[in-house]
Design a protein around this ligand. Structure first.
Ligand SMILES: Cc1cc2nc3c(=O)[nH]c(=O)nc-3n(C[C@H](O)[C@H](O)[C@H](O)COP(=O)(O)O)c2cc1C
Length: 287
């Protein structure tokens, strides 16, 4: 039986649902499908499969570091068929382009590129009271993901593939934001800048348990310490039931970007959004 490996990264499950849907399309066509969330550790060897799928959310208009690190760590794929999918809250920017290019450089042969919207639980926007794309992926979008899986199977059986162009460049302001969240700055600077106040409960450790790359620990004195592997995903700050953690993204200097982004997305007719309050690790919808 032919087999597909789909490696994706999902914190809140939207990428996982899209991966399942694409997998369902491939299964319909007789494939055995293995799904792997990068949160669960290193994935199995892709060259033991007939096709590799890589799924990623957009983070700061690019792919999260763990996804690009994964693709860059692969050995030569020697023509292995591969597809990419992106789930994004508003504007995916360079996300698909980088992952597609990295796979190509590894010698993969692209057989599909899919993207759709997914609820945007980015803390910076939630703090502005805005949840973008709240009910995505919709049933229709998941239906398109199933059809995409079927199409990939058809291409593997010899149907022609017209490779979609790269996604267009974003306006300068988003490129600046992407630059401000680059891997070197996160590793060398932002990851040292998390602050924890006295409300932190030593018996909680939710941040440690929920960090998708196991980057947080307690030192000998019981203080929370962030390692250099941070994705700047803000899961620690966002889920804290005591609002005890402050990440660099919550610095006042970044607030104008948050205000600009949420205003622009709320006015974009291609997007929908709802008002929310985010407090003590919970997001409550107001509309
Ligand atoms: C830290 C962070 C940064 C994000 N940056 C972007 C972005 O630049 N563009 C975008 O369209 N969506 C962005 N999003 C939204 C995610 O791409 C979207 O919510 C995705 O569905 C999350 O996938 P998951 O639910 O599987 O974790 C961001 C989300 C987070 C948490």
């Amino acid at each position: 039986m032919k087999s597909a490996l789909i490696v994706y990264f999902s914190q809140r499950g939207t990428n996982g649902r899209v991966a399942e849907a694409i997998g369902a399309g491939l299964r319909e066509q007789g494939y055995h499908v293995a799904l792997w969330n990068l949160k669960d550790g290193p994935p199995p060897e892709p060259r033991d499969h007939d096709v590799l799928g890589v799924g990623t959310p957009a983070y700061y208009f690019r792919a999260p570091f763990n996804v690009t690190d994964y693709v860059n760590s692969l050995q030569d794929l020697s023509g292995l068929p591969a597809f990419v999918f992106v789930v994004h809250g508003a504007y995916r920017g360079n996300t698909g382009n980088t992952v597609r290019r990295a796979l190509r450089l590894k010698g993969a042969r692209e057989v599909g590129y899919f993207h759709c919207l997914g609820a945007d639980y980015f803390l910076g926007y939630l703090k502005e009271g805005c949840l973008i794309s709240p009910d995505h992926p919709t049933a229709d979008e998941l239906g398109l993901a199933v059809a995409f899986g079927r199409n990939v199977a058809a291409r593997l059986a010899g149907a022609p593939y017209a490779r979609p162009d790269d996604d267009p460049q974003l306006p300068l302001i988003y490129r600046l934001e992407r630059f401000l969240a680059n891997q070197t700055l996160v590793k060398l600077f932002y990851s040292r800048c998390y602050r924890v106040n006295a409300r932190c409960r030593p018996d909680c450790d939710l941040c440690i348990r929920q960090c998708p790359v196991r980057n947080i620990r307690r030192d000998d004195g019981g203080r929370l310490v962030w390692g250099r592997n941070c994705l700047l995903c803000l899961s620690c700050e966002m889920n804290c039931p005591e609002d005890a953690i402050t990440s660099p993204v919550s610095w006042p200097i970044f607030r104008p970007f948050m205000i600009y982004n949420t205003r622009r997305a709320s006015r974009d007719p291609a997007l929908d959004s709802v008002r929310v309050i985010h407090k003590r690790g919970q997001t409550q919808r107001l509309t």
